[in-house]
Design a protein. Structure first.
Length: 94
C-alpha cells in the first residue's frame, strides 16, 4: 500500500472542503429564497479562507448567490489567488 504524504492529505482535505463549501452556498441560496434560517456570511467566508475558495467561487456562479456582495465578489478571487500562490510556494520548496 502506498504511503500517504502531506500532499495527498492536503489534496483530500481541500477537495472535501470545497465540496462542502459549494453545497453550503447552494443550501444558503435555497434558504434565502424561502426566508428561512441562513448560513452566516462569516461561516461562508471562513470556509473559503480555510481552503474552500474554489467551491465558494463555483457556488457563487452555479447558485447565483452572493454575487453582488463586495466581500465575495472581490474578496474570493483575492483569497483564491493567495491560496494558489501559497500552494505553488509549498510545491517549489519541497
Amino acid at each position: 500500500m502506498p504511503q500517504l504524504n502531506w500532499l495527498h492529505i492536503l489534496i483530500a482535505f481541500l477537495a472535501a472542503l470545497n465540496v462542502l463549501t459549494f453545497f453550503l452556498f447552494g443550501i444558503d441560496k435555497y434558504k434565502a429564497k424561502r426566508s428561512r434560517w441562513r448560513i452566516s456570511e462569516a461561516t461562508l467566508l471562513r470556509l473559503s479562507v480555510l481552503g474552500g475558495s474554489i467551491g465558494a467561487w463555483l457556488g457563487m456562479k452555479v447558485w447565483h448567490h452572493k454575487t453582488l456582495h463586495a466581500r465575495f465578489k472581490y474578496g474570493l478571487p483575492l483569497v483564491l489567488a493567495a491560496q494558489i500562490a501559497l500552494l505553488l510556494l509549498l510545491l517549489y520548496l519541497t
